[in-house]
Design a protein around this ligand. Sequence first.
Ligand code: UD1
Length: 418
Amino acid sequence: MYAFKITGGRPLNGTVPIKGAKNAILPLMAAALLTDEPVILHNISYLSDVITMSGLLASLGASVTHTPDTLVIQANQITTTTAAYEYVSKMRASFWVLGPLLARFGETRVSLPGGCAIGARPVDLYIKALETMGANITIENGYVHARGPLHAADVFFPKISVGATHNTIMAAVLTPGTTIIHNPALEPEVIDLITLLQKMGADIRGIGTKTLTITGVSKLHGAIHTVVPDRIETATFAVAAAVTKGNIMMTGARLDLLEAVADTLRPSGIILTQTDQGLRVDATHAVLKSIPITTAEYPGFPTDAQSLLTTLLSLADGKALVTEHIFENRFMHVPELVRMGARIQAAGNQSVLITGVPELSGAIVTASDLRGGVGLVLAALAARGESIVQRIYHIDRGYDHLEDKLIALGANIERIPY
Ligand code: UD1
């Protein structure tokens, strides 16, 4: 296994490229199963989750080829519609092949998912939506066995789910008649999926609203698409600038996708400037201020950025309550931050109270999920002395060689075996 060895305390300055969002690339790859023509995705970064999804699609018979920036997927020779445990257990987003396989082939078996251990993460909303559309679904030997044919329906989500929205949209685009999805997720990655599907010939109306109207077509075609930039990677480097008092230009990044996070940075005197090239975050004169955070569905504060801000608030002036509304177990990084000197107490089931301290000190810590792990890396970059962040395979799921980008910004970080 590998760890990051980090000596903190250096301001991070320079330019870093922000590539396509992990949380968009994965559903876009699943959408390629809806056509026998090639789907070409640009602005790709080769995270381990993208490699896992490529393996899953290849195991179904799709051809997946890539150049440094581009993925080409062609699903013209699907040999099986069973998505094996081997893939789905590694990454929850693999479950999103359920909708496209069912819609195009009429039957599929998809292993129940694994992924980051940040909560129970049920799939009832996915299943209910497909059942409303006529699917016959049984759970057998750890697999969801879904059989069509599907029909158009009114699908109402009692709770907003990004994954269930992706999955239902992908099922509806090839289902005859007009399906209406009430209360879909509005995350930029959902909009990106809809944009690709429209390029493939799908009839989807109401994009960006609380009601999507989808009229099924008999066939979709290939398309070329540039993936929306990763707003969570953007938030990561913004917080890296903030906690080290640095100045980072993120090429390709978009401030409009990050407003809820930006609102928590500006009171600290951090200047965010959108240019044609990307987003600049200047924290050279920042004085970190405490500000309460509650995670919520988009456009609210993203749950994926909660651990990043937990680190920032650990170093801010004052006290702040952080409340996690999306997942029930998303404070696993907190005990490790406390070992680095942070003052954080539980405040009920879903909240922590953070009292800022002037500095953190280096320690050996362990990542237990993707974003929590990155929160620990940010803490180590700011801390006095040396830290070792263990189990960075969690971090590799969502960041493409994070250490290379940080080194280019002046960080003292090294990937070491242990
Ligand atoms: C969620 C985040 C997404 C983030 C991703 C990775 C939200 C709304 N979604 O997406 O922004 O990028 O994690 O960390 O912030 N749920 C059910 N039944 C289901 C599906 C979901 O009860 O069938 C619940 C989940 O347990 C959770 C909430 O709905 O409490 C939102 O889950 P969902 O949006 O589906 O999760 P992801 O798609 O993983």
